[in-house]
Design a protein around this ligand. Structure first.
Ligand SMILES: [Zn+2]
Length: 577
């Protein structure tokens, strides 16, 4: 039983459109589905998914592959891990088909951490809802206006004040406590004993998009420092890749076609409680471009809820390039002085909060306005204003928006467009993009594509020595894979063309989703004939070259008779060409 068979089973049972559709909005266009590519800064949908062929390909950045390739790349997994995770996620039993020691070890570690986190979450929930000591936390939740249903939906819990609640619970459950340290749940004292990291805190489990608990956030209930404590980076928790609440709210975001970004867990829960469910929160960190790519998979229409204070403007300035680079142009909602989403929605309700969308400013306008207020008018102010905006302009790749924003800046400051352009240019490093020359389709490529589409000619062409023509390493690798399949199966179907190698995946998807390099209208047998003629020609040419070499060598060594004989042979061969 092999990985190959496991892969085939997986690919038979999964539909690539369903799997990718969980992370990216796909729209049907003709025979394919289109969406924004999660792997590059995609402005207009260039990410194509073919249901018929069960592959994806981005015509922007060129990445492509099958369902496993997508899963690998999107979740940053190895081939074996992706196979296992997909099987687990979609309940496809491949256990009898595939297991590999090394992948088992990494994936086992991740698995153990996830199981442990789940166990810890249940413990914290127990402490919140059942334990006597949880009263204070229950009061706090109620006082913040969070219902039991909402708290349950997000798996809220409570970590008691003791240094030994979770630790002794885990010890009794015979959990390896050093694993709990790796999970960021426990810490080790100098004497080697273990103690709880989360104490006297309300616990917010953090889910990944598969609904697995990858980490925790803890908020102090009364007093204590720090106010928020999060799981450190672990094998399953990467704060730069996670958004709080997205697992629970993504279907609302997708359905509504917009989403809010807030800064705290409690803000998110309050909004959710009051019926604003299209919302995610950052995990106490700045947004990353990974976040933005994740977000734009659900909608491009985002509203950032920032405080209008100094920190809020800083955050906006820092965030703008990330969004603009991804071709996402969010708007900013700045709530009235002294309000946060939590207090606002409790005071004014859902409808009022939703109406704030209409007053939201485009991110650039928000930055411009608040910076101007802060820095003030006058020549010196404008100079520093332009300097602060330089990175934002640098990130603006849309030439139309660039000009529009430039005009806006000029209008706001009274500084001429030309002068601003010069000032910006001085502030920017030259970023020269080297574009790859158009991939030329060589003979090798044509032959390879023909073989993929018409495996029935495989034997014929192999007999003509086709494998010798591949000089490009990638092509040779694909040919080797194909011939292996051919030898074991006598055919190859698309579902069998799954390779651990992402480069091969990309090549295959490119071949399957681009117009073929050979003439499609011509009957394949005729194409095969032409290829054969070319192959023979090439072989003869290389034989001729060999002969020329041999003749020269013979001459050099004074073997004139032999040289003469070789020359005759050469002339005969030439005539055949
Ligand atoms: Zn792309």
């Amino acid at each position: 039983m092999s990985l190959r068979e496991a892969v085939q089973k997986l690919k038979r049972e999964l539909n690539i459109v369903d799997v990718i559709g969980e992370y990216i909005n796909l729209k049907r266009t003709g025979r394919n589905y289109l969406g924004l590519c999660p792997f590059h800064s995609d402005r207009k949908p260039s990410f194509t998914v073919s249901e018929e062929k069960q592959i994806f390909r981005c015509f922007g950045c060129g990445v492509g592959g099958d369902v496993i390739g997508f899963y690998m790349k999107f979740h940053n997994l190895s081939f074996g891990e992706a196979v296992k995770e997909l099987a687990r996620r979609y309940n496809i039993d491949i256990s009898s088909l595939y297991s590999s020691r090394q992948e088992d070890q990494t994936s086992e570690k991740r698995q153990h951490l996830l199981v442990l986190n789940e166990q810890a979450k249940r413990f914290f929930e127990q402490m919140l809802w059942v334990a006597k000591g949880g009263q204070e936390a229950r009061d706090y939740i109620a006082q913040r206006g969070i219902s039991r249903d909402t708290a349950r939906a997000f798996g809220l819990g409570f970590a008691p004040a003791s240094y030994d609640s979770l630790a002794s619970h885990l010890r009794l459950s015979r959990v390896d406590l050093s694993l709990a340290v790796e999970a960021g749940l426990l810490a080790v004292r100098k004497d080697g004993s273990f103690y709880d990291r989360f104490r006297q805190r309300l616990i917010f489990p953090i889910y990944d998009l598969n609904g697995k608990i990858v980490g925790f956030g803890g908020r102090v209930i009364e007093r204590g420092e720090p106010k928020y404590l999060n799981t450190p980076e672990t094998a399953v928790y990467h704060k730069g890749r996670l958004l709080y609440g997205l697992f629970q709210t993504r279907s609302f975001i997708r359905k509504a076609g917009f989403g809010f970004v807030v800064e705290g867990y409690m803000d998110l829960l309050a909004l959710y409680e009051y019926g604003v469910r299209e919302v995610v929160a950052t995990l106490g960190t700045a947004l990353t471009s990974y976040h933005v790519r994740l977000m734009k998979g659900f909608t491009s229409n985002w509203f950032l809820v920032f405080d209008a204070d100094e920190a809020g403007v800083k955050a906006a300035c820092r965030t703008a390039p990330l969004f603009f680079n991804e071709g996402v142009y969010p708007r900013v909602i700045s709530l009235p002085e002294g309000e946060d989403p939590d207090s606002y929605v409790r005071r004014y309700g859902k409808e009022a909060f939703l109406r704030e969308k209409e007053r939201a400013l485009p991110l650039f306008d928000f930055i411009l306005k608040t910076l101007k207020n802060r820095i003030g008018a006058g020549p010196e102010g404008y100079v520093s204003l332009i300097r602060e905006l330089a990175p934002v302009f640098e990130a603006l790749k849309d030439p139309v928006l660039y000009e529009l924003y430039l005009a806006r800046l000029s209008e706001e400051t009274g500084v001429g467009v030309k002068a601003i352009r010069q000032a910006l240019a001085r502030g920017l490093k030259a970023t020269v993009k080297v574009t790859n020359p158009e991939d030329k389709r060589y003979f090798e490529r044509t032959v390879l594509e023909f073989l993929v589409f018409h495996p029935e000619f495989f034997a014929e062409l192999e007999a003509e020595g086709v494998e010798e023509i591949f000089t490009q390493d990638l092509y040779r690798r694909l040919y080797t894979e194909l011939s292996l399949l051919w030898r074991t199966k006598g055919r190859f179907d698309i579902e069998e063309l799954s390779f651990a190698d992402m480069e091969l995946q990309t090549l295959i998807s490119e071949i399957l989703l681009s117009p073929p390099a050979f003439e499609e209208e011509v009957p394949p047998s005729k194409v095969a004939e032409e290829i054969k003629v070319c192959l023979r020609k090439r072989r003869q040419e290389s034989r001729l070259l060999g002969l020329i070499k041999a003749i020269k060598e013979a001459e050099r060594q004074g073997r004139h008779e032999e040289a003469q004989r070789l020359l005759q042979k050469y002339q005969e061969l030439r005539c055949d060409l």
